[in-house]
Design a binder for this molecule. Structure first.
Ligand SMILES: CSC[C@H]1O[C@H](OP(=O)(O)O)[C@H](O)[C@@H]1O
Ligand SMILES: Nc1ncnc2[nH]cnc12
Length: 293
C-alpha cells in the first residue's frame, strides 16, 4: 500500500474512522515504545490515510499515560506528513458553544508529567513554536468543517492541563479572565510540540463539549456532559475527516509554513559530540537532518 500522507489522531469519542478501503490495523513499534494502539491504515477516496486513537480503542489511557512520542514517531515512520488531531475540549468563551469546532492556533502548556521532546542529552535541538500549528493544514480543516456543516472558529488558544481531574473554579477563572485562553483540554500538548520536532504539519480540531466550570448558567463539567455532546460531535468529526482527502489532493512539495523544515537550524550539539544511541533513535523523526536516512 502507498505510504499514508494524512494521519488522523482521534481523541475522546473518536476511536475509529469509517469507510476506509483496504482497512488494516497495523502494529508499529518505535524507539520510544508502542503507540497508544495499533494504527488503522487504508484509503479514503483513493487517498492513503492512517488513524490512531489517542487513548487506545475503548479509551484505556489517561491523558498523562498517552505515549505522545511513540504516537508521533509511528505516524512519521509510516510516511505521514500531515497530522489532523481531533480533541474534545471545554470552552472559556460564550460564543464557542458546545457542538462548535475550534481550529487551534495557539497553546498554553500547563502539563508537567510528560516527556515533551525527542531531543536531549547527546542531541540537543530547539525548534520554533511561535506558530505551533500549520496554517495550510488548519485552513483545510476549516474548509472540511464548513463542508461538514459544523460551526467552526478559525483560531483559538488551547490551554493544555495535566488532568485527569477537571479544573477548579479558581483555575478556570484565571485561565479565562487573565490568561486569555479560549478552550481547555488535556492532550494538545506535548502532541503539537512533538509534531513540530518531527517536522510534521499539524492541525488541531478541538470539539467543544462543555463550558468547563466558570459559566454561571451551566453546571460544572463532568464526564456525562462531555459524552452527551461527544455523541453528536463525533459524527461531525467523522464527517470532517471524510472531507479531508478531497482537500489534500495537491499537497505542495514544500510546506509554505516551513513545518517540514523545522529542524533545519535547530540542532545545537556538535556532530562529534552527538550520542550515537540517541541519534539512532531519531532515525524517523530527524533522519533528514542527522543524515541517518
Ligand atoms: C472525556 S473528558 C476529558 C478528556 O477528553 C479530552 O480528550 P482528547 O483531548 O483526547 O479528546 C481531554 O483532553 C481529556 O483527555
Ligand atoms: N472542561 C474540560 N477540561 C479539560 N479537558 C476537557 N475535555 C473536555 N472538556 C474538558
Amino acid at each position: 500500500m502507498a505510504h499514508p500522507r494524512i494521519g488522523v489522531i482521534g481523541g475522546s469519542g473518536v476511536y475509529q474512522i469509517e469507510g476506509l478501503a483496504d482497512a488494516e490495523w497495523r502494529q508499529v513499534e518505535t524507539p520510544w515504545g508502542w503507540p497508544s494502539d495499533e494504527i488503522l491504515t487504508g484509503r479514503l477516496d483513493g487517498i492513503a490515510m492512517a488513524f490512531l486513537p489517542r487513548h487506545g480503542r475503548g479509551h484505556v489511557l489517561a491523558p498523562s499515560e498517552v505515549p505522545f512520542r511513540a504516537n508521533i514517531d509511528a505516524l512519521k515512520r509510516l510516511g505521514v506528513t500531515d497530522v489532523v488531531a481531533v480533541s474534545a475540549c471545554g470552552s472559556f468563551r460564550e460564543d464557542m458553544a458546545p457542538g462548535d469546532f475550534v481550529i487551534v492556533d495557539q497553546y498554553i502548556d500547563r502539563t508537567f508529567a510528560r516527556a515533551k521532546s525527542f531531543f536531549g542529552s547527546g542531541c540537543v535541538a530547539h525548534v520554533s513554536l511561535a506558530h505551533p500549528t500549520c496554517a495550510r493544514l488548519s485552513d483545510a480543516a476549516v474548509q472540511a468543517a464548513e463542508m461538514a456543516g459544523v460551526t467552526v472558529h478559525r483560531g483559538g488558544t488551547y490551554l493544555a492541563m495535566e488532568g485527569p481531574q477537571f479544573s477548579t473554579l479558581a483555575e478556570s477563572r484565571m485561565y479565562r479572565e487573565h490568561w486569555g485562553a479560549d478552550i481547555i483540554g488535556m492532550t494538545g500538548m506535548p502532541e503539537a510540540k512533538l509534531a513540530r520536532e518531527a517536522e510534521l504539519c499539524y492541525a488541531s480540531v478541538a470539539m467543544v463539549t462543555d463550558y468547563d466550570c466558570w459559566h454561571p448558567g451551566h453546571d460544572a463539567v463532568d464526564v456525562a456532559a462531555v459524552i452527551r455532546t461527544l455523541t453528536l460531535n463525533s459524527a461531525n468529526a467523522r464527517a470532517l475527516v471524510a472531507r479531508l482527502p478531497a482537500l489534500f489532493g495537491d499537497r505542495p512539495e514544500v510546506c509554505p509554513c516551513g513545518c517540514d523544515r523545522a529542524l533545519e537550524f535547530a540542532l545545537m550539539t556538535a556532530p562529534e559530540r552527538r550520542d550515537p544511541a540517541l541519534v539512532a533513535k531519531l532515525d524517523a523523526v530527524a533522519g533528514r537532518v542527522l543524515g541517518c536516512r
